[in-house]
Design a binder for this molecule. Structure first.
Ligand code: MG
Length: 336
């Protein structure tokens, strides 16, 4: 009998403002995937991507990962299309892919913050340990100072098992809040990896259980949750100096309102000008300034080359939309 392989098809649903990753399992003969992962279909009427009368939608695999939950299997990360291959309206990846045609040299890294919520109290995990202050949690150790490491340890192993490269992980400022940093990669790969790593965290949460929250402001008195986006072009990594900052700042400021539309629903609750944020209503680029919208690291200024950190994106971004917007602005300069 021919050997069969387990495929877990992953796709983004049509929920607005933040899609969720959906998945379903399929076994196929190994010979059947010789020319690539076969298209599959699903009920778009159950994912906000179709209706009862017109529900069949197509899954088209764009990247595979080793399945860290099922040895020998693959995660098949897919775009959603109509029959015939026309991308569905919810398919933001395809727009970014088109924008990137004939564009090379961009590197991106995300700093994804996440909050674990206790499903009984609906408060951040461990919040009742010390609800009045948040000083001891950032990069803490010990059961009173850090909450949820067992989840992140498992997350780290599973990401590595899936071949997703991480740059780091740390406990964050508020209780039950964590961050992971994706390794710097091209825009599509980095965004795909971010979505698949979110999926891995969702899967792990089923066993504990905790609610995985990307709410930009999970608690009104505590730090918010962001997804700072580090960005460079080949030109910037070669030479990036003060004259460039001014030009870049001008383009980003001109497009600030457009950027805000994709920086996460509820951004005004997080970007208040407090808690290491700028105010959402204004744009400012600054060197070494964590109160700026976009920060140029001190090291970059000293070395005359490197990257910038966009501090506006919230934890609940669609990375494809954020990068589409950012790259469209940077393209107006000579930096790309
Ligand atoms: Mg952080």
């Amino acid at each position: 009998m021919e050997k069969r392989i387990r495929l877990e098809y992953l796709w983004l649903d049509g929920r607005d403002p933040l899609p969720k990753v959906r998945s379903k399992t399929r076994y196929v003969n190994t010979s059947y995937i010789g020319s690539g992962i076969p298209d599959w279909n699903f009920d778009g009427g159950s994912t906000d991507q179709g209706s009862l009368e017109d529900s069949d939608r197509l899954l088209r695999c764009v990247r595979t990962y080793p399945d860290p939950f099922n040895e020998g299997g693959l995660l098949a990360f897919c775009e959603v299309c109509y029959y015939g291959g026309v991308p569905h309206e919810s398919n933001s990846r395809t727009h970014l892919a088109r924008l990137l045609k004939n564009t090379e040299g961009i590197l991106v890294g995300f700093e994804q913050e996440v909050t674990f919520i206790n499903p009984t109290t609906l408060q951040p995990l461990g919040f009742l340990l010390s609800p009045e202050k948040q000083g001891q949690y950032y990069c803490g150790a010990g059961c009173m100072n850090v909450i949820g490491r067992y989840i992140m340890d498992e997350f780290e192993k599973k990401c590595l098992g899936a071949g997703i490269e991480l740059d780091g992980i740390n406990a964050e400022v508020m209780p039950g809040q964590w961050e992971w940093q994706t390794a710097a990669q091209g825009p599509l790969k980095c965004s795909d990896d971010l979505w698949v790593s979110r999926y891995i965290l969702d899967r792990i949460s089923e066993y504990h259980p905790v609610i995985i929250s990307y709410d930009p402001k999970p608690h009104p008195d505590l730090n918010g949750a962001g997804c700072h986006t580090n960005f460079s072009t080949a030109q910037m990594r070669d030479c990036f100096v003060e004259e460039d900052y001014a030009i870049l700042s001008g383009h980003l400021e001109d497009d600030h309102d457009e950027h805000l539309k994709v920086c996460g629903a509820g951004i005004e609750s997080r970007m208040t000008g407090e808690c290491e944020t700028s105010h959402y209503s204004t744009f400012r680029l600054g060197v070494a300034d964590r109160g700026a919208s976009v920060r140029i690291p001190k090291k970059v200024k000293e070395e005359g080359a490197g990257y910038f950190e966009d501090r506006r994106p919230c934890a609940n971004i669609d990375p494809y939309k954020v990068l589409y917007s950012l790259i469209s602005s940077v393209k107006k300069s000579s930096l790309l």
